[in-house]
Design a protein around this ligand. Structure first.
Ligand SMILES: NC(=O)c1ccc[n+]([C@@H]2O[C@H](COP(=O)([O-])OP(=O)(O)OC[C@H]3O[C@@H](n4cnc5c(N)ncnc54)[C@H](OP(=O)(O)O)[C@@H]3O)[C@@H](O)[C@H]2O)c1
Length: 292
């Protein structure tokens, strides 16, 4: 069965609500659609949240040309887009990996771009939080093999920061870097950049209270491996996507294995229902070695 792209935008039903954190001042229409949103923020360090949609069987990308986006997982759910926009509207920074950019090469990571219908409400919300511009779009790429003519780099809708390695920066410089893009070489060529280094560098360029990691699964794996995710927003879409043997459809995290030796257990803090979709929030304990 194909889900309709024009499923109506009806309010989420709050089933269980976190009481932690300050209430975010949502404009009336957003408050009606989402309910109350609370967010614990700390003065000591930026809060890192992640937002993904997954199928019932854990698939986050169909990994199929033309159908590799999160929308293919959510069934183009308007409610999921509404929540994506909400989190982008309150975030200072959105971080994605090169694979996520490749899957949505015409994208810019703003609230209005993901759900234009609510652009005015998102703008009011950002303004109420003292933000004058869209979240900084950070693209992480070790190789630097990025097309700098894509909208995220040249549309003027966002400021973009590319976090890469020395070798990656060299590649990008050769191709000419647009004015609206900053490139930071912080990783060693040939190895992954640590999530800690990414965060530190992002905060140096753009002091932030709330950082949204939208993935994909490989980038998110680094953040979980370094215990840097405070909270996972997870939309559970009511489809079984299935996997062929060896078709490499990813789950939420790829490239890092935690259980059983180093399992990461979260705490369910919030549950909302939108028809047959569930909108979940899990908090993860801060790293015991004080990395944050
Ligand atoms: N369902 C959802 O909510 C959701 C959310 C996000 C993404 N997705 C889907 O996930 C798929 C992409 O998966 P993915 O795992 O390939 O995405 P990804 O993590 O965005 O991209 C992986 C690439 O990002 C760069 N990268 C990530 N972490 C790095 C690090 N620590 N250091 C250096 N480079 C790093 C590397 O780029 P280089 O190769 O350039 O070095 C790596 O090859 C897409 O189909 C996308 O639509 C789904």
């Amino acid at each position: 069965m194909h889900r309709s792209r024009s499923a109506p935008l009806v309010p989420l039903k709050t089933l269980f609500e976190t009481k932690r954190g300050k209430v975010v001042p949502l404009p009336p229409r957003l408050a009606r659609l989402y309910g109350s949103l609370r967010l614990p923020l700390s003065r000591a360090h930026p809060r890192v949240i992640s937002n993904f949609v997954t199928a019932l069987d854990g698939v986050v990308s169909l990994n199929t040309k033309g159908h590799a986006s999160g929308a293919d997982i959510s069934g183009f759910s308007a409610q999921d887009r509404m929540v994506m926009g909400l989190l982008r509207a309150i975030a200072d920074v959105v971080i994605i990996g090169a694979g996520t950019l490749a899957a949505d090469s015409l994208g810019v990571w703003t609230a209005a771009a993901v759900f234009p219908q609510l652009a005015d409400e998102y703008r009011r919300l950002s303004k109420a939080l003292g933000k004058s511009e869209a979240p900084l779009n950070v693209i992480v790429s070790g190789s630097g093999k990025l097309d700098l003519r894509l909208p995220v780099f040249v549309s003027g809708k966002v400021q973009a920061l590319v976090v890469t390695t020395a070798e990656g920066a060299k590649q990008l410089l050769k191709r000419g870097i647009p004015d609206s893009v900053e490139v930071r070489a912080i990783g060693r060529s040939g190895s992954a950049i640590s999530a800690r280094a990414i965060l530190d560098d992002v905060c140096r360029v753009h002091p932030s209270k709330l950082i949204l990691v939208e993935g994909g699964p490989r980038l998110l794996g680094h953040f979980y491996a370094e215990h840097l995710v405070d909270e996972q927003f997870l939309t559970l879409a009511p489809q079984i996507a299935g996997r062929d043997i060896g078709d490499r459809r990813p789950g939420l995290v790829m490239g890092k294995a935690f259980a059983p030796g180093d399992a990461l257990w979260g705490t369910l803090t919030d549950v909302r229902r939108g028809s047959s979709h569930l909108f979940l929030r899990y908090s993860f304990p801060e790293s015991s070695d004080g990395m944050k």
